[in-house]
Design a protein around this ligand. Structure first.
Ligand code: ATP
Length: 509
């Protein structure tokens, strides 16, 4: 993987050049923070989606999946708190005319202080070697202590200001911390204002009978309102989970980081319903489980970090973010939240319908508690691509761009390439392709020199290229070239399917 602003630009350009991601409505100059997935992006997205679904639904006896509508009764969003509280504090810089989220400006400032601490710790760890006592160092080093104190002082004001919507306090913090606009470098800020992120539209044909509905800003509420339907029809006993993958919409204030922050995106969420009092245990369980899911993709652990929330949403009693080291730094990719009985309790109140569970073990009825895992499919795809993108210098002096995607997620698994476009090789190639296509997403290509075709497949991350040559016609063997090592082996054509299947397995725990 490569890092930095330039590398991010390269990844974006690569996504476009190789049919992964295009700006939406590009022939009309695009639409801000909306993107389309091209032929390879759609395959990659399907594979990530499938990996998540299998590991959550298929691998867990007590989790089922559903697919709820994007439109929901407007009261759902009143009950969930989104109408009143799904707002971000925005602030403008008067010189650059750029708009920011006030909380993000402050969080970035805190992150810089955290970075300072991390640097001090790793410097000391190198100096002291095996005798290094990190806990003691963190507790006693004056520079670490000073940064820690600054962070605590900020949080003491930042957390209540966010919780109570005290916009003047946020503004005051930004001023006092001397936060400057990254574009103009000035401190010439406007006041902070609240901005609701939900998109709304009218449902109904005539204006007078039309009612305002929202495009859902998260998929979770579709799960909550169906909790009882699933529990009863599926005869589910606690603990059990409901999973869903689907589109969500947020009118984000700043949407500048490609598919990291979009206005239309896709979420993969799972709500796990548990007996009250057991939520902390399950929270720990899901935190660990979800980290393992990420690591099973072969991305090294140091590319992930867990951020424990200091400021908890009003409905949560524990929350973490799993952050990934994107080319622009560590950012949230997934959240694991212990949401108590807030959502079901609120829907019970607003709908007047009982959403309780009768627990045969305790002979009690209660509203279950919920632990949720919520990951953005698009952010996950961006993480996979950012990790996979490599520029390599080869032994013969040439260069290649290769996407080192875990084979199970690769858009195309096998490319079938006749060495030349004559002598019956294309016919044999088609024959091999037509067999393999039943088991894998394959491509057949016979244009251009073989080297150029290999490069094109490397660039979209195809793990295996099968080359059909003159020897194939004699003894029905082919060469199989592995993407990362570029090593080629000769194998019987009839073994291709078995060999490739064995190497592209991805088994989440
Ligand atoms: P952020 O703080 O980055 O805005 P969030 O905390 O609001 O994210 P959640 O509401 O917890 O995010 O949503 C769960 C997941 O959905 C996030 O971890 C992220 O992967 C994804 N997600 C949220 N907003 C967006 C967006 N605008 N574009 C793409 N993915 C998103």
């Amino acid at each position: 993987m490569i890092k930095g602003e330039d590398s991010f630009k390269k990844i974006i350009a690569h996504c476009k050049e190789y049919g992964f991601i295009f700006p939406s409505s590009e022939i009309y100059e695009g639409l801000s923070a909306v993107y389309d997935y091209g032929q390879n992006g759609a395959e990659l997205k399907n594979n990530i989606r499938d990996y998540w679904w299998r590991s959550m639904v298929q691998y867990h006896e007590n989790i089922v999946g559903l697919d709820t509508a994007i439109f929901m009764h407007p009261t759902v969003w009143k009950a969930s708190g989104h109408v009143d509280a799904f707002k971000d504090p925005l602030i403008d810089n008067k010189d650059s005319k750029k708009r920011y989220r006030a909380d993000v400006l402050i969080e970035d400032h805190i992150a810089r202080l955290e970075d300072k601490i991390t640097k001090e710790v790793s410097k000391a760890s190198r100096r002291f070697g095996s005798t290094f006592d990190e806990k003691l160092f963190r507790e006693t080093n004056p520079r670490v202590q000073a940064s820690r104190k600054k962070i605590d002082d900020i949080n003491r004001r930042f957390v209540p200001a966010m919780e109570n919507g005290q916009l003047e306090d946020l503004r005051a913090l930004i001023e006092e911390l001397g936060i400057v606009c990254p574009v103009s470098g000035s401190r010439n800020w406007t006041d902070v204002r609240q901005f609701n992120l939900m998109f709304s539209t009218q449902m109904g044909s005539a204006n007078d009978d039309a009612s305002q509905v929202y495009l859902r800003p998260e998929t979770a509420q579709g799960i909550f309102v169906n909790y009882l339907n699933v529990q009863k029809t599926g005869r589910k006993k606690l603990p059990f989970g409901i999973a869903q993958i689907g589109k969500a919409f947020r009118n984000e204030i700043i949407a500048r980081q490609f598919i990291f922050r979009m206005r239309e995106f896709e979420q993969m969420e799972m709500q796990f319903f548990v007996r009250p009092g057991q939520e902390k245990e399950w929270f720990e369980y899901w935190k660990e489980k979800r980290m393992k899911w990420h690591l099973a993709l072969g991305i090294p652990p140091e590319r992930f970090r867990i951020h424990t929330h200091d400021k908890l949403a009003h409905y949560a009693n524990a929350a973490i973010d799993i952050e990934y080291d994107f080319p622009f730094g560590f950012k949230e990719i997934e959240g694991v939240h212990s949401r108590t009985d807030f959502d079901l309790g609120a829907h019970q109140k607003f709908s007047g319908k009982k959403l309780q569970y009768f627990d045969p073990e305790t002979n009690e009825s209660y509203v279950p508690y919920v632990v949720e895992t919520s990951i953005g499919l698009d952010r996950m795809l961006l993480a996979v691509l950012s990790h996979a993108y490599r520029e390599e210098k080869l032994d013969d002096g040439s260069e290649r761009v290769v996407l080192n995607i875990t084979p199970a997620l690769a858009p195309v698994k096998i490319a079938v390439l006749p060495l030349v476009k004559k002598d019956g090789l294309p016919e044999k190639g088609r024959e091999v392709f037509n067999i393999l296509k039943h088991d894998f997403n394959c491509q057949y290509e016979d244009k251009d020199a073989i080297g150029r075709r290999y490069r094109r497949q490397d660039a979209i991350g195809t793990p295996y290229c099968i080359t059909i040559d003159h020897e194939t016609l004699e003894n029905d063997t082919v060469t199989i070239r592995e993407r990362d090592s570029m090593k080629q082996d000769r194998i019987p054509a009839e073994n291709i399917s078995r060999v490739v299947s064995g190497r592209i397995k991805l088994r989440p725990e």
